[in-house]
Design a protein around this ligand. Structure first.
Ligand code: CMC
Length: 429
């Protein structure tokens, strides 16, 4: 029997279908609400609004569960690689060895960026934020590949664009780093795997032998897996919304990059290190900062704490905290900011303010400490998040565009401005 939910308005009862997800999640389908009742829903920040059905990522914030295509994040982090996870997210299944081999070859074939596109870097100042560069570069790719992207409904062009995006993003990111330090750009070396190739493009210099440190490679692989998708967050919803107008995939995903940049979203990983640095400079005491975060007259928040969906430990944060200890230990690094982070976590988790509001460390709290240990500069942390999130954005865009009943995204509003008033000529105002 079809489940329904009833809404009573002005004494009249209306029934709406209840949709049940494969994990038992429940939603009221209100597509006909306005037509039947004249009402729309109002949900600032989309706190309770499901924008789509999706088979990609399952997240249960109360129980601290995160799964990609049904596979637990901890299992993937332990046993898989970023590129394999990218395949899983985009195509829905783990690849066989032969299929994966083919996929790797395809991605490798597209790692170069057009030489003319390289000149775009010259238009940026040396200290441009790498998120500005990344967003612009990805958007500009549509200028180079417009024939293959202008119709997102064409499956051949779609496939090619997906491969190009995955393949070129590490090159674009590494080139922007080289530009920022004034070093020559390192071209991709396609005999290396996806992660090792990226590390080499970031840190090698021409005419020197460079061997990728396996500890760094594994740590980065893990971090990118943990960032690969997170269902309908701010940047992913942006990708879907822009893509819903059938703008090309590069335009849609560069919008996602820009949405990720903000400190309440992916920009938090940079903000965490800046906050820990400030605490360190002030002598290392965390009390003042915990008090400041609780003070409603200050705009200060504990960066790397709290999450819209997780009201229990962020499962990614647990894995990252352990990885952070391991990596620092293996690389023989003693970072005073790690001690401060642990003191801050401890103080917050014992504080009623944070306990009552269920504010736990999120994915960004310890990730920056690992990036730092790997030699990645602070302003590049959010770009690393974007590199990791690329398969998720692609998968979500693909799912949306391949859905024949997908509509252009177009929310309603409740207008609360002036009602109609007559125009007053300027001389009489
Ligand atoms: N420090 C201090 N207070 C906080 C914090 C924090 N980090 N986060 C939330 N609160 C308080 C907030 O002031 C509010 O208090 P009250 O009920 O008294 O008004 C309550 O907790 C609920 O917060 P909210 O802002 O209504 O929650 P939200 O779901 O809209 O925001 C958030 C979620 C992640 C934007 C927020 O927790 C935050 O700003 N955290 C710091 C930034 C951060 O770490 N962002 C990365 C998120 S994880 C990576 C990603 O996926 O983007």
């Amino acid at each position: 029997m079809e489940e329904t939910a009833k809404i009573i308005f002005e004494g009249k009862e209306y029934s709406f279908p209840v949709v049940r997800g494969s994990e038992g999640e429940l939603a009221i389908d209100i597509a006909k609400l306005r037509a039947q009742t004249g009402l729309v829903t109002l949900d600032d920040g989309f706190v309770n609004t499901g924008s789509t059905m999706s088979a990609i990522t399952f997240l249960d914030g109360e129980r601290g569960i995160l799964r990609y295509r049904g596979y637990d994040i901890a299992e993937l982090a332990e046993n898989s690689t970023f590129l394999e996870v990218a395949y899983l997210l985009i195509y829905g299944e783990l690849p066989s060895a032969a299929v994966f081999d083919n996929f790797k070859k395809t991605i490798t074939r597209h790692t170069l960026i057009h030489e003319d596109l390289k000149r775009l870097y010259d238009g940026f100042p040396k200290d441009a934020h790498p998120m500005a560069t990344l967003g612009s570069m990805i958007n500009t790719l549509s200028g180079y590949y417009i024939r293959d992207t202008s119709d997102p409904l064409d499956p051949v062009g779609r496939e090619l664009s997906i491969h190009r995006l995955l393949a070129k993003t590490p090159t674009i990111v590494a080139f922007s780093y080289k530009k920022s330090i004034g070093h020559p750009m390192m071209y991709p070396k396609n005999s290396l795997n996806y992660i090792a190739n990226f590390i080499r493009m970031m840190f090698a210099v021409p005419a020197e032998n460079y061997a990728v440190d396996p500890v760094i490679e594994r740590a980065l692989d893990l971090l990118l897996i943990l960032h690969a998708d997170h269902e309908q967050n701010c940047s992913t919803s942006t990708v879907r919304l822009v893509g819903s107008s059938r703008a090309n995939v590069f335009a849609a995903i560069s919008s996602g990059v820009n949405a990720l940049w903000g400190p309440l979203h992916g920009g938090a990983n940079q903000a965490v290190i800046e906050m820990l640095d400030e605490i360190h400079k002030e002598g290392g005491g965390v009390k003042k900062f915990v008090a400041l975060a609780k003070d409603k007259n200050s705009n200060f928040r504990l960066m790397g704490f709290g999450h819209r969906v997780y009201k229990n430990f962020d499962p990614r944060a647990k894995i990252i905290k352990k990885a952070c200890m391991d990596v620092l230990d293996k690389l023989g690094i003693k970072d005073p900011l790690l001690d401060i982070a642990m003191q801050l976590e401890d103080a917050a988790l014992k504080d009623d303010y944070f306990v009552e509001r269920k504010l736990y460390p999120n994915v960004d709290f310890y990730s920056g400490l690992i990036y730092r240990a790997l030699g990645i500069p602070t302003e590049m942390f959010t770009v690393m998040f974007a590199l990791g999130r690329m398969p998720g954005w692609i998968a979500q865009w693909k799912e949306m565009i391949e859905n024949p009943s997908a509509k252009i995204g177009r929310p309603r509003q409740i207008y609360n401005g002036h009602t109609a008033r007559p125009f007053i000529p300027i001389a009489k105002r």
